[in-house]
Design a protein around this ligand. Structure first.
Ligand code: WTA
Length: 636
């Protein structure tokens, strides 16, 4: 029996039982046999759900980049580590071998050092999906700097908020980015954002699109000349197991984004272990995850997990629709991709297009298909299974979160029988629990409740940067001695889990988590707006879309409502990013509220979703009459 690589269902059950009976010895064996350490741990796990505090492999010394790069050089030096596929199909793909990656990371790390970056400093990375993004991430890890990657679709003020929250000293960006037929002025966004950031001393700029840009004297430098001068080796900083590796921001239901802090050893062990099993990765495979490295999926399953296994990982710069809707499948054929991991929203968007875009390409290389980020509906699942997997590639519906660091509930392909819309069974070491609203665990099968995890796992986020109290309140206060996920789930008659969606005010739009409160804050900045409420409603491609109810200060007659809608969406775009724009905006004279003045979002959600048959008892509202008015003016 192998703890590290599970190959059939029986083995899964055996391994799972062992991992639950004795988690410490289970993870200890894996850590020992499959990774490179400078010093062994003193203690596998210590934890306290009240503080809350979790420590894995305490006392161990390591550098994650040695595990992801150096240790492969002897046997896989010439193997492709990163396979870069550019936005433009006419531009040649780039095969970066482990040897080359080693050198590139060392050079970048030396540049960072020459700019005064030391262990523990925060570096913000705001780059498109180009090799420099992965290289920058690894270069930070090489020298012990904490990377904070901000998705390059975020606006200048969203970027500024994130830079300021963790006091980043340095920003790595590019002159611009290619996105389908468009170019995006990334450097301009950075310049705008940095007007509000005092901590940033240096901006390093990759030349990607040959744009004419402003370079601020004393702050901005082109990266290329610095890299050319840099030494080609860089000794790794020896890190403690619990030293922070990165910060990654995720939306909460209220307030500013949460800077989730992941630490080194546990994250490494778990991301590597789950990559190996969930994708059944074999030495000659070509693995492709279409996520952006700006999200946790990219961190764990484009960079760290694959590289820790010596894999070939594809990085795609472009979009699924350019130059046409066959682009993903063209890439699968061209690089003989064996594992393909994407989001339900992408599947739904592609399923709407003509099947010719799929049929033109040879997809026989595929062995495993994955999805992540939101529940996958049955129709999309079947489309994926029939047209992409040709009913031969198992689909892994992987449930996890930024906070969990790695995949938590997922089939193991070729072992766990899949059922559409079910993430199926917990991976080894993961102990889910369903809880009722009174805080009792719901035992048995064919039940549903709030999804919690009742035992620590190696890659759990350790804190929220600068706000441990919020970490405690958000994840460890709803239920005692448990991590609360914010999701609802059901467990069917055989113990399979199906995630039913968020139970808080986070809406997942095209796989992106959006807190409704920050969007409302942005809208409320508009001088004509008195109050607003945002809810999600089902959308056939995006999964959910955003619906806004807006009360204007004076009755809207005097202003053109379409212009107002545009202005409101522009504000949201500026404050958060285009992904948070509202699909529908209804102007209203009031919002249903409880006697204590709380907006009844449940009712608003139902109205926006066209599901008004059962609104519940509205008579106890402060203003029951408003419900009819809101319903009468709903935007279909
Ligand atoms: C949702 C992404 C259903 C869930 C890795 C979770 C899913 C949130 C699935 C985390 C899935 C993710 N089925 N829902 N397979 N995967 N989710 O932090 O609501 O961007 O809490 O991490 O996405 O999103 P995040």
């Amino acid at each position: 029996m192998s703890n590290y690589h599970i190959k059939h269902l029986e083995e899964y059950f055996q391994v799972y039982r062992k991992s639950v009976r004795n988690p410490e010895s289970y993870w200890e064996e894996i850590a020992e046999e499959h990774f490179m350490w400078h010093k062994r741990w003193d203690n596998v796990l210590s934890y306290d759900f009240d503080k809350p505090e979790f420590k894995w492999f305490e006392g161990a010394k390591l550098n994650i980049t040695e595990n992801c790069i150096d240790r492969h050089l002897r046997t896989r030096g010439d193997k492709t580590a990163i396979l870069f596929e550019p936005n433009n199909p006419d531009e040649e793909a780039l095969h970066i071998s482990y040897n080359e990656l080693h050198e590139r990371v060392a050079k970048m790390a030396n540049v960072l050092k020459s700019q005064g970056i030391k262990k523990g400093d925060r570096v913000c990375i705001y780059l498109p999906m180009i090799p420099e993004l992965a290289v920058s991430v690894l270069a930070c890890a090489r020298i012990g700097a904490i990377h904070s990657v901000v998705f390059a679709g975020f606006s200048s003020s969203a970027l500024a908020t994130r830079i300021n929250d963790s006091d980043c000293k340095l920003v790595i960006t590019s002159d611009g980015s290619f996105r389908g037929s468009k170019t995006i002025d990334l450097k301009g966004i950075v310049d705008e954002g940095l007007k509000k950031c005092e901590s940033v001393e240096t901006v390093l700029v990759v030349n990607r699109i040959n744009a004419e840009i402003d370079m601020k004297e004393g702050r901005d430098q082109w990266l290329q000349p610095l890299l050319e001068k840099a030494e080609t080796t860089c000794a790794p900083e020896i890190m403690d197991a619990e030293d922070p590796l990165f910060i990654l921001y995720t939306s909460g239901s209220t307030g500013t984004p949460k800077g989730m802090v992941h630490t080194t050893a546990g994250y490494m062990v778990y991301s590597a272990f789950t990559f190996k099993n969930v994708f059944q990765y074999r030495e000659d495979d070509v693995y492709w995850c279409t996520a952006d490295i700006g999200w946790i999926t990219g961190h764990s399953y484009i960079v760290y997990g694959p590289l820790a296994n010596g894999a070939t990982t594809v990085m795609f710069e472009g979009v699924p629709s350019y130059p046409d809707y066959g682009r993903f499948w063209e890439i699968v054929e061209k690089h003989k991709v064996t594992q393909f991991y994407t989001a339900p929203t992408a599947i739904r968007a592609l399923a709407k297009e003509n099947l010719e875009h799929v049929e033109k390409y040879d997809l026989t290389s595929l062995k495993v298909l994955g999805t992540v980020g939101e529940p996958i509906n049955e129709e999309a699942w079947h489309w994926y299974d029939e047209n992409i997997g040709k009913k031969k590639s198992p689909i892994v519906d992987t449930w996890w979160q930024t906070e969990t660091g790695g995949i938590m509930i997922s089939p193991i392909p070729y072992s766990t029988p899949a059922i559409p819309t079910f993430a199926t069974l917990p991976l080894p070491g993961i102990q889910p629990a369903l809880m009722d609203e009174e805080g009792n665990e719901i035992k048995g099968n064919q039940v549903d409740g709030r999804l919690c995890i009742k035992f620590p796992w190696p890659s759990m986020a350790r804190t929220i940067w600068g706000n441990h109290q919020r970490y405690k309140e958000t994840y460890f206060s709803a239920f005692k001695n448990m991590y609360f996920t914010g999701d609802g789930a059901l467990r069917d008659s055989v113990g399979y889990y199906r995630i039913t969606g968020r139970v808080d005010d986070v809406v997942i739009v095209s796989g992106h988590n959006l807190g409704t409160a920050p969007i409302e804050d942005a809208i409320n900045e508009h001088p004509a707006v008195a109050e607003s409420a945002i809810v999600g409603y089902p959308h056939e491609v995006k999964g959910n879309a955003l619906y806004g109810y807006v009360i204007l200060k004076e009755t809207g007659e005097s202003r053109n409502q379409d212009n107002l809608r545009k202005e409101i969406n522009q504000l949201i775009s500026d404050r958060i990013g285009p992904i948070a724009k509202l699909d529908k905006i209804q102007f209203t004279n009031g919002l249903p509220k409880t006697r204590s003045g709380k907006i009844m979002r449940r009712i608003l959600r139902k109205i926006a979703s066209n599901d008004t048959s059962n609104l519940g008892d509205t008579s106890t509202l402060l203003n029951p009459e408003i419900v009819q008015e809101v319903m009468d003016n709903v935007i279909k």
